[in-house]
Structures are given as structure tokens and as C-alpha cells.
Design a protein around this ligand. Sequence first.
Ligand code: NAI
Length: 311
Amino acid sequence: MKVTVVGAGAVGATTADNIARKQIVDEVVLLDIKQGVAEGKAMDLMQTASLEGFDTRIIGSTNDYTKTAKSDVVVITSGLPRKPGMTREELIGINAGIVKGVVTQILEQSPKAILLIVSNPMDTMTYLALQVAQSMGVNKKRVIGMGGALDSSRFRYFLSQATGFAQNDIHGQVIGGHGDTTMIPLTRLATVNSIPVSRFLGKEELAKVAADTMVGGATLTGLLGTSAWYAPGIAACSVVEAIVRDEKRIIPSCVYLNGEYGQKDICLGVPVVLGRNGWEKIINLRLSQEEQAAFSKSADAVRNMNSVLAT
Ligand code: NAI
């Protein structure tokens, strides 16, 4: 199998690195618009193969899309990351142009590829990618936005910090938009080895975990001066893995809603079953009134952002 990662920056290169080390595909193509960067990162990564013990081929390409032909999955990370103090939403203008051009060129070479959108503002970029893809005959189930995988791993981290239990024993999902004010960490449904976390944390502590999760990305941007890449890279890789290995994992992901969760004509984060054909099924959680209200508010904010695309 073949995966292309567009954008050989921090997140793209880390995604390619994880995919190669897990040996889940035969070939990874790393493509970037900046002369030599993708070739350089591909060579650097290939020089880890004997040390890591993988045999996945990593090929770099400076904007030559013919090298991406017949990819099974394409991860799109091209675009600007945010700087301290910026919201993901402020990236819309530049990144929309980039994502539109990239999706068109990718689908010309790989009409059957499943697209995984990472570029921010991710919910809007996924909606835009879907519009372009559908105009080129692609099924909506083959366009997925990555946000929930990352936000949920951050949620599990903060729950682990607050409870003292191992991250691996903690389960929790973040749904809604992938924005500081639009994401919804589902504290009510989170568990430690199937025991509700509310057994270990009080209301205020749970509210703090949710708040920390929501600004988890901004906290890192403040520390790093740019947005994070280790967790985003492995989160994107985990979605690729679920697809190429047909794992049927439930991972909250940004997909097109057509009435589910009371929303239509929008891409937003909900739990979906991932497999070889993309997102195969939306899992309908029974949300509380409060959670449903938060979901509707999140959808309003994302819809507002999507309207900028039309201008
Ligand atoms: P970066 O600046 O390190 O890398 C972006 C790369 O895209 C650069 O190498 C640049 O040359 C390339 N690029 C720009 N225009 C291109 C084009 N037309 N074709 C091909 N390549 C092009 O940025 P980083 O940190 O890798 O972040 C990438 C994107 O991912 C940002 O928009 C960021 O906000 C987003 N992001 C999304 C996350 C999520 O959970 N969805 C998590 C972290 C970052």
C-alpha cells in the first residue's frame, strides 16, 4: 500500500516517520512545495531504517504529483501553523487556497485515495476538501478530518494527570469542532477501566480537565512558539493505520453530517468506525441536553467559518 503525506513540515514529517516505523505500508511519499525539503526529510528518515529496523520506502518530492500516483491514503498537512496568540481560525484564507490546490492535484493522480485533512482550521478545510473531492466524483466517506484523535489523546493525558491512573487505562472522547472553543471533551462518558471518571474526580476537577483539553494546543503553541507535532503526527498515523489495516476502530473524526447529531451540510467531529473504505459508520452517542447544546453551538461556529469560503 502507498500513503502520500503532503507538507513535509513538522506534522507531515512526523506522520511519515510514524507510518514508516510501524511498517503499515510499503511506500510513503512526502511532498512539499519548498525546493528540496521533502527529498531531504525523506533521505534523513530513510537513514533511520537500519537503526529502527523498518523497510518502508520513503520518497521525497518537490511538488511533483506524479510521484504520488495511486496512493491509497493521502494525508494533507500543507499550510501555515498558528503562532502564539493566534486561533486556528485565523489561518483560513491562506490555507484554503493551499488545500484546494493540493486536493485537486492529488485526486488527478489518485482518484481512489482516501483523504485525511490535518491543515487548520481543520473542520472548514475538511468541508472545503470534500466539496472539491465531490466535484471530482469522490464519495463523502473517503474524506476525513483529523482532530478528534489528537484532542482525545490530550483529554486522556489530562485525565491521567488529574486521577493519577495510567493513560492506557483511561478512555474518553472529544467531539465537535477542532477549535479552542468548539471542541467538547465528553467528561460524563470518560472511564478508567470502565469505571466512570466521576468516581475519582469532582465536578470542578472535571471542568478543569475539560478546559485544559480545549486549550491543549494553544498551551503548546505558547511554549513552542509554533504548534505541536509529536502528538499530531502519531494521531494522524493512528487514523491512517485504522484505514489501511481495516481495523474498524472507533475514532472521533471530522466527517460530513447529514442529519446525524441534528446537523446537516457540515463536517464536524463525531465518533466514526474507520476501515479500508474510509469512515464507514457514524456512532450515535446519546448526548445529554447540555452536551447536545454544546454540539449545536460548535456547529454554529464552524458553519460561520465555512461561510467565509463562499466569499
Ligand atoms: P509547517 O509550517 O511545519 O509545515 C507546513 C508545510 O507545508 C511546509 O513545509 C510548507 O512548505 C508546506 N506547504 C505550504 N504550501 C504548500 C503547498 N501548496 N503544497 C505543498 N506543501 C506546502 O506546519 P506544521 O506544524 O507541520 O502544521 C501543518 C498544518 O497542520 C497547519 O495548518 C497546522 O495548523 C495544522 N495542524 C493541525 C492539527 C490537527 O489536529 N488537525 C495539529 C497540528 C497542526
